[in-house]
Design a protein around this ligand. Structure first.
Ligand code: ZN
Length: 436
C-alpha cells in the first residue's frame, strides 16, 4: 500500500503540519538571521563578507545537527583591479563591471556607443551592421516576468556581432548602477559593465552623433574556492528532498532581498523540520550554495559531481531565492507539469494562495537540478510585479528595509507546506513528478 493511502500516515500528517506552522510563526530567529546575513555585507563570492556568511550558515546548520558540513566548491573566479568609464570630454560615468568581465588592453578602449534601448532581438537585428567595434548600450529589466530578456543573452548578441563592449543601464533614475555576472567564466568575452540611469541618459542624448567613451577595465581571472554548507536529516527511506538557497550576492548593498531572505527562511525550515524528520518518508537535505551569482557555478558543480544514483535519490528540489519584497509568491516549476499540479494542490489544501509559472527559468540554482531531470522549483516573490520592492535586486537599493517580517513568515509557511507534502507523499506520486 502506498504510504499516502495509509490512514496512520495521513493522521501523522494532520498532526504535524499544524505544529510545524506554529513553530515557524514563533521563530524569532528567522528575522534575526535575516538581519545577521545583511550585516555580513553584500557577500560577493571571493569577499570576506561571503566567507563570513558561509561560516554563519554552516554554524547555524551545525547548531541544528552536528552532522552539518562544508564541502569545497571551485569556480572561475575573478577580481577587478580598475574600472573607469569616461566621456570623450573627460566626464566620468558610473561604471560597475559585471562579474568576470573581460579586461580591456591596459591603455583602455575608445569607441562610440550605440543605444539599443531595451536590447530586444529585433533591436539588435535592426542595427546589426552598426554594432561591430562599438559599445552596445542596453537596459536592465525587471527579472521576474514572463517577458524578461536576461542580461547574458543580450551580452551574447552583442559579442557575436563584434561589439567592443557591453553596457547595461539601470532603468530607474536615482538608483545607481546594476550588478550582475558577465557569465564569461574565464572564457573569451567582451568588456561588460553596469551603469546608472543618469550615465545612460548622457550616452543616449547626443542626437544623430554617437557618444564616444573610453573604458579602462582591468580584472584578473583566478581559480577560486568557496563552499556549500550542507545538512542531511535522514527520513525513513534513502530518498531526499533538497531545500536550497544561495548565500552569495553583490557588493553594491546588503543583498537582502537576493538572497538573505531565502537563506534565513531555509535555516528556519531546517530548524522546524529537524524534530519531525525521522517520522517522514524522505529525508531533508539543506544546501546553502555560494557562487550562484557566477552563472550558478556552486550548484552546477555540486550536482555534476553527484553520482547518477545520488541524483536519482533526490525526489525534489525546493529553491528559495528572493522570497521577500512582495507579499505575492510564485513557484517557478521548470517544465515539470506534475510538479506544478503537485504544489498547487498542496497549497490549496493548506488554503494558501499563490501562483505557479511553468516555463524553465535558468535564473537560480533550481535550474541545475532541473537540468539533471530532478523536479525542481524556485519560490520567488514579486513575479510579474515590477513595482514591488523586488525591483531593487542587483542594485544599491537591495537593503533590509525592502523586506517585511510578515513576508518572510509567509514564505516560510508556504515552503513548509510544500516541503511537508514532498517529504511525505506516497512513492508513486513522487515518481510521477519526474515525468515531462
Ligand atoms: Zn538570487
Amino acid at each position: 500500500m502506498p504510504a499516502g493511502a495509509d490512514p496512520a500516515t495521513a493522521q501523522t500528517r494532520a498532526m504535524h503540519d499544524a505544529p510545524l506552522r506554529r513553530a515557524l510563526a514563533a521563530d524569532a530567529q528567522l528575522w534575526a538571521d535575516f538581519l545577521a546575513l545583511c550585516d555580513c555585507g553584500g557577500r560577493q563570492a571571493g569577499s570576506a563578507s561571503e566567507q563570513a556568511a558561509l561560516q554563519f550558515a554552516h554554524a547555524h546548520l551545525a547548531a541544528i545537527d552536528r552532522g552539518a558540513r562544508l564541502e569545497p566548491v571551485s569556480y572561475a573566479g575573478w577580481r577587478c583591479r580598475e574600472a573607469t568609464l569616461t566621456l570623450e570630454d573627460g566626464g566620468a560615468l558610473t561604471c560597475n563591471p559585471l562579474l568576470g568581465s573581460q579586461s580591456t588592453p591596459s591603455r583602455g578602449v575608445s569607441a562610440e556607443v550605440i543605444d539599443l534601448g531595451r536590447g530586444a532581438p529585433e533591436q539588435f537585428e535592426r542595427r546589426a551592421r552598426d554594432i561591430a567595434g562599438r559599445f552596445v548600450l542596453v537596459r536592465h529589466e525587471y527579472p521576474f516576468s514572463p517577458t524578461h530578456l536576461h542580461r547574458r543573452r543580450k551580452y551574447g548578441w552583442a559579442m557575436e556581432r563584434g561589439a567592443a563592449g557591453y553596457i547595461i543601464a539601470n532603468p530607474y533614475p536615482g538608483a545607481g548602477p546594476v550588478a550582475g555576472s558577465s557569465g564569461r567564466g574565464g572564457q573569451a568575452g567582451i568588456p561588460a559593465l553596469g551603469t546608472d540611469f543618469e550615465s545612460a541618459a548622457r550616452l543616449a542624448a547626443n542626437g544623430p552623433r554617437l557618444a564616444r567613451v573610453h573604458l579602462k577595465l582591468t580584472g584578473e581571472d583566478r581559480a577560486a574556492q568557496t563552499g556549500v554548507a550542507l545538512l542531511d536529516l535522514p527520513g525513513q527511506t534513502e530518498a531526499w528532498v533538497v531545500l536550497s538557497a544561495h548565500l552569495d550576492g553583490h557588493g553594491l548593498a546588503e543583498s537582502a532581498l537576493d538572497n538573505a531572505t531565502g537563506v534565513a527562511v531555509a535555516l528556519a525550515l531546517a530548524r522546524a523540520f529537524a524534530p519531525l524528520i525521522a517520522g517522514c518518508r524522505r529525508g531533508l537535505r539543506t544546501c546553502l550554495f555560494s557562487a550562484e551569482e557566477w552563472a550558478l557555478a556552486g550548484s552546477s558543480q555540486y550536482l555534476d559531481r553527484l553520482s547518477g544514483r545520488e541524483r536519482k535519490s533526490i525526489a525534489l528540489n525546493l529553491n528559495l531565492d528572493t522570497v521577500g519584497g512582495d507579499a505575492r509568491l510564485t513557484a517557478l516549476t521548470s517544465e515539470f507539469p506534475r510538479l506544478d499540479a503537485f504544489v498547487q494542490d498542496a497549497a490549496a489544501r493548506a488554503g494558501i494562495e499563490f501562483d505557479t509559472y511553468q516555463p524553465l527559468m535558468g535564473n537560480s540554482d533550481h535550474y541545475n537540478f532541473a537540468r539533471h531531470g530532478i523536479p525542481a522549483l524556485r519560490l520567488v516573490a514579486g513575479f510579474g510585479r515590477p513595482q514591488s520592492n523586488v525591483r531593487h535586486i542587483l542594485t544599491r537599493g537591495d537593503t533590509r528595509d525592502k523586506v517585511a517580517p510578515s513576508e518572510l513568515g509567509a514564505a516560510a509557511v508556504l515552503a513548509a507546506t510544500l516541503l511537508w507534502q514532498a517529504l511525505n507523499a506516497d512513492d508513486d506520486t513522487i515518481a510521477d513528478l519526474r515525468q515531462k
